[in-house]
Design a protein around this ligand. Structure first.
Ligand code: UGA
Length: 442
């Protein structure tokens, strides 16, 4: 029978894995974090979280001090140590394709399995194309010396960046995709403290568990693009999408969460997940079931070009030589993640059209500068706006919402604001002499 408190390894210590490893140790488990990236492992071992996530650094310190959390680059050590191995590596979009790139998942499993000499459960957490878990079951079985004493399960992760700790310790639900009662029992042991605090558990098969994750992200993306499609209609008719959204939100069948119109969704998950889902459905001959997700993607991208157009209009029709202050680079506030960031996409498009763009972001500047050295960067919003012809709010950081429109008005060349996230009090800005434009508003 499985040990009462299983020893846990977390393979892949990026965003998802580091958070999972730290939280599991804080919940009382013995945890070993594993990664092929020696620098990452060294930094984590020295108590440094290699990315920005509110609340995580003190938990890493707490977990390390407890002696329950260690890090290694050795898969052999991981296999000897762990009863349960969580696979938390990334599944980015493949270069030049909509498909997910599974090389990291495959190599993590292939590096671990040959060392598995005793009963263990390998649990996939990464977002993968449906069918991957079944394929990996075969792979693990063929490589592991312990043979069918090693099982595979799927436990999709739903955490949001910026709320990762809370989403891990108090998730909305746990989904266990399992092929046996023994695997379910082991997963229940690994999540005992989370289950004890009342988290519902959905136990299902491997395939459904994989699908839950992409179905959830597709639904969320659809919700955002739905309201942004209504924004397009409002722009053509003189309606106000923000009033429209608040009126819809009173119907709890619709609900107001994730119904915020604006520059749209980005990040390392939603955009690539919907594309990979369409790609996989087409491979399976059921592409028609999800063609609407192509529209969801297209609506989302059109918000970015609409924002560029609004800035161009406000600048008088031509962006050549126009100085734009871009407030925001991260794909959303409380994150330093710039993967598929709408804000940076807009900044780059402005730059390509001949504008001089200065970007400011409370956390994502270093990442943005590394990826896009052609843009200029400022350390605070007032310096970014100094001499600007147009200011564009692209990521709704609370710091930007607190900007004094009079103070910023005194440093710009022209008081023109495009609020692409509906984050500012337009009345206050207009009273301070600004011309303000927003998405989905007359
Ligand atoms: C998303 C999901 O929300 C998580 O449940 C999931 O676990 C995660 O992807 C993942 O697959 O790993 P995340 O990418 O951290 O989480 O970010 P979200 O908070 O979902 O925001 C996504 C994007 O949608 C952001 O660019 C945000 O600005 C935008 N958004 C969000 C809107 O434009 N409107 C809204 O109403 C909500």
């Amino acid at each position: 029978s499985p040990p009462v408190s299983p020893r846990i390894t977390v393979i892949g210590t990026g965003y998802l894995g580091a958070t999972h490893a730290i939280c599991m140790a804080v919940l009382g488990f013995e945890v070993l974090g594993v990664d092929v990236d020696e620098t990452k492992i060294r930094r984590l071992g020295e108590g440094e979280v290699p990315f920005f996530e509110p609340g995580l650094p003190p938990l890493l310190a707490k977990a390390t001090d407890s002696g329950r959390l260690r890090f290694t680059t050795s898969f052999e050590e991981a296999a000897e140590f762990g009863d349960i191995h969580f696979i938390c590596v990334g599944t980015p979009q493949r270069q030049g394709s909509d498909a997910a790139d599974l090389r990291y998942v495959d190599s993590a499993v292939s590096a671990l399995a040959p060392h598995l000499r005793r009963p263990a459960l390998v649990v996939g957490k990464s977002t993968v194309p449906v069918g991957t878990a079944t394929r990996l079951t075969e792979l693990v079985r063929s490589l592991a010396p312990a043979g069918d004493q090693v099982e595979l399960a799927w436990n999709p992760e739903f955490l949001r960046e910026g709320y990762a700790v809370d989403d891990t310790i108090r998730p909305d639900r746990l989904v266990f995709g399992v092929a046996s009662a023994r695997a379910e029992e082991r997963l229940r042991a690994a999540f005992a403290p989370v289950i004890a605090s009342g988290t519902p558990v959905v136990v299902t098969d491997l395939t459904t568990a994989e699908l839950v994750k992409v179905a959830a992200n597709s639904f969320l993306a659809t919700k955002i693009s739905y309201i942004n499609a209504m924004a397009e209609i409002c722009e053509a008719t003189g309606g106000d999408v923000h009033s429209l959204a608040s009126a819809l939100a009173y119907d709890d069948r619709i609900g107001g969460r994730f119904l915020k119109p604006g520059l749209g969704f980005g990040g390392g998950c939603l955009p690539k997940d919907i594309r990979a889902f369409v790609h996989r459905a087409e491979e399976l001959g059921v592409g028609r079931a999800v063609t609407f997700l192509r529209e969801v993607d297209a609506i989302n991208k059109r918000r970015r070009s609409r924002t560029v157009d609004l800035i161009r209009e406000l600048a008088g029709g031509d962006l050549t030589g126009v100085r734009v202050a871009a407030l925001g680079a991260a794909f959303k506030p409380h994150s330093d993640d710039i993967r598929d960031a709408p804000a940076l996409d807009v900044a780059r498009a402005l730059h390509r059209s001949g504008a001089h763009v200065t970007v400011v972001d409370p956390e994502a500047t270093d990442n943005a500068r590394r990826a896009h050295p052609e843009l200029r960067y400022a350390t605070d919003a007032i310096s970014a706006a100094t001499g600007a012809d147009v200011v564009a709010l692209l990521t709704e950081w609370p710091q930007f919402q607190e900007i004094d429109p009079h103070l910023m008005g005194s440093v710009v060349t022209h008081r023109r604001m495009v609020d692409a996230r509906d984050a500012l009090d337009a009345t206050a800005w207009r009273e301070a002499g600004w011309t303000c434009r927003a998405l989905g508003r007359p």
